[in-house]
Design a binder for this molecule. Structure first.
Ligand SMILES: *Cc1c(COP(=O)(O)O)cnc(C)c1O
Length: 371
């Protein structure tokens, strides 16, 4: 263990090989010929895009997806030979930077399409881009009538080099939701406006809806990082993240002692508490107060009282004496307490658990040899 890990209040272990294995698992689920991009927006869901994306490149991934131009610029030199799609697309006047860095803008509105086409005409070359069509999110993307109008606009289409037509599913984590089929039908109709162009519908969960959603490319994010893309079913993905918080202090408390701000927990019997060096400033949500838990070995230890900014408190009364000393680690995320478990205790989704993981954690990246 490095000196820094030895003195860290909490250690976040990120298994890069498991991320690559998850990417291969997703790819293997898809119909023949359907390729698999990797969504590495939001710093690869909080896990560190500059480590995650090159690992996926080495695993064979050739198309990456980020949300913003700055995310793409940071990754561009690390991903030679790969495409980087930028979901936000250019802001007005921002087209030149996309081109200078060799990025693929996702064009989400007639205005963005117009801006890209104008820029391409100015340069005198057809410039590559992705077209986003909205089929049920009312978020980004052209409406059906806007897509039809574009398909009739030969001038604009001849200025751009359309590489992919995509849409985004609203309810793919609910396989029986009627919007899944409806979005597929709407997308099939809109796609027909652009014959011969590759298509993409599926993020993590939609891969599991079946081959109709696989199209030419899928765009998983969450599943790569170990999140369950099939809520309510066993998780087909391998665990990627482990978070351990170090015990600063162990203390004995009497029955009726109260714990933490607001005195929201009162000990029913004399017990022992472990105070751990991680709090809401580290992404341990305040909503986990009196709801979350950790694990000491195989023992589940409930999180008692409110979560403080830098500290959280666990009732370790059930743990054999001596097993929990200052300096020992309580597992906050791991095989017994997955990101989806933490999310459900906190009243949120695992995506938010991941993207809230703090830069204050000591980060330990596990690569092939380290496993
Ligand atoms: C975030 C995002 C994805 C990835 O979604 P996951 O559910 O994490 O797999 C794919 N496509 C778009 C447009 C997104 O915004």
């Amino acid at each position: 263990m490095s000196d820094q890990a030895a003195r860290a209040g909490a250690i976040l272990s990120i298994d890069l090989e498991a991320i690559c294995a998850n990417w291969r698992t997703i790819h293997a689920r898809q119909k023949t010929g359907s390729q698999t991009a990797a969504v590495v927006k939001a710093d690869a869901y909080g896990l560190g895009a500059t480590r995650v994306a090159p690992a996926l490149l080495a695993a064979g991934c050739r198309r990456f997806v980020v949300a913003t131009l700055d995310e793409a610029i940071a990754l561009r030199p690390l991903l030679p030979g790969a495409e980087i799609l930028v979901l936000s697309g250019p802001f007005p006047g921002g087209e030149a930077e996309f081109h200078a860095y060799g990025l693929l803008p996702v064009l989400n509105s007639p205005a963005q399409v117009g801006g890209w086409a104008a820029f391409a005409r100015e340069r005198g070359e057809r410039l590559a881009c992705v077209l986003h069509i909205d089929t049920g999110m009312s978020r980004l993307g052209l409406r059906h009538d806007e897509a039809r109008r574009l398909s009739e606009d030969r001038g604009t289409l001849s200025a751009i080099d359309l590489r992919l037509v995509m849409t985004h599913m609203a309810c793919a984590d609910e396989p029986d939701h009627p919007l899944n089929q409806l979005q597929l039908e709407r997308f099939t109709a809109a796609r027909a406006f652009f014959p011969g162009i590759e298509a993409s519908l599926a993020a993590s969960s939609a891969v599991f809806l079946g081959p109709n959603w696989h199209a030419d490319w899928t765009r998983p994010g969450y599943a790569l990082y170990g999140g369950n893309p099939t809520p309510g079913q066993p998780n087909p993905m391998g665990q990627v993240v482990r978070l351990q918080g170090r015990i600063i202090q162990v203390r004995d408390v009497d029955a009726s002692d109260t714990v933490g701000y607001g005195a929201t927990h009162r000990c029913a019997v004399p017990t022992r508490l472990a105070v751990v060096a991680a709090g809401y400033a580290d992404g341990l949500f305040r909503s986990l107060g009196n709801r979350g838990c950790g694990h000491l070995g195989e023992n589940r230890v409930p999180l008692v009282g409110r979560v403080s900014m830098d500290l959280s408190i666990f009732d370790i009364g059930a743990v054999p004496e001596g097993a929990a000393r200052p300096g020992a680690m309580i597992q906050l995320i791991g095989p017994n307490n997955t990101i989806d478990d933490v999310a459900s205790a906190a009243g949120t989704i695992g995506y938010e658990v991941l993207t809230s993981l703090s830069p204050r954690y000591h980060r330990d990246y596990l690569e092939g040899a380290a496993l």
